[in-house]
Design a protein around this ligand. Sequence first.
Ligand SMILES: NC(=O)c1ccc[n+]([C@@H]2O[C@H](COP(=O)([O-])OP(=O)(O)OC[C@H]3O[C@@H](n4cnc5c(N)ncnc54)[C@H](OP(=O)(O)O)[C@@H]3O)[C@@H](O)[C@H]2O)c1
Length: 245
Amino acid sequence: MSSTFKDQVVWVTGASGALGAATARTLADAGATVVASSRSVDERLFAASPNVVPLKVDVTDDKSVKAAFAQIEERFGRLDGLVTSTNVSTFGDFLELTDDDWQSVIDAKLLGSVRPIRAALPLFIKQGRGAIVAISGRGGIAPPPNHFPGSSVNAAIDLLVQGLGRRYGPQGVRVNAVAPGPIRSPRFDALAGAQSQNEPTRLTALEGPGTPEDVAAAVAYLLSDDARFVTGSRLYVDGGGPPYA
Ligand SMILES: NC(=O)c1ccc[n+]([C@@H]2O[C@H](COP(=O)([O-])OP(=O)(O)OC[C@H]3O[C@@H](n4cnc5c(N)ncnc54)[C@H](OP(=O)(O)O)[C@@H]3O)[C@@H](O)[C@H]2O)c1
């Protein structure tokens, strides 16, 4: 990557998770000051990354998100990037999942992306510059049978970034999604454990699963000036999906 993030401030949500934490570390290693938020995040997670600032935020609570953004703006006076990576894992058969199961995914992941984006956008517009990357997921185009709530939300996020990219491009704000496939993480283990026997055993054309760092590299690219002409798009980090037999 030719660009670095020196002097830039980036907010990563879901930063105690596998993908969010790797993203925060990658961006910090590239020179960014990273505000790493979640409900349980703390400095122990980022002991080796002095320019990561942990911040406790509940993305299901709009007041908590607004207060976090206000803190970021007050402390740094700028924001260059936002990465949304929150999630609650709700796997199960469609007939077994309740409204509450669906609602929890919508609240933590779809609205959990909408709320930080809505909080940060006015500053990005004022700056005439800003980049947003929302983590969606490959299920948004190929939903596994035990993962319909998360997959539906992934599709919604992919559509949202397309709309936001076109809506706010003229103001200098880029909005993209990264759609991971199977990535080595506790969440992947949970999904694999809940897999039905009818699903393919080899999930990716390339040798997999991927790593959180594979996702972080894609996020860093989309946040960087190397992607200055890329908006409203989604980048799959999914090893090509299941291979043809
Ligand atoms: N791992 C994969 O294989 C894979 C594949 C496709 C897509 N994805 C997507 O990639 C994203 C990250 O996945 P992951 O594997 O890193 O998930 P994860 O390890 O389960 O992390 C989820 C993160 O969301 C945070 N979170 C949940 N509810 C929250 C709330 N109410 N307020 C604030 N933070 C909240 C959690 O932190 P706290 O509990 O501390 O709040 C945690 O940091 C998710 O959107 C996931 O759907 C992952």
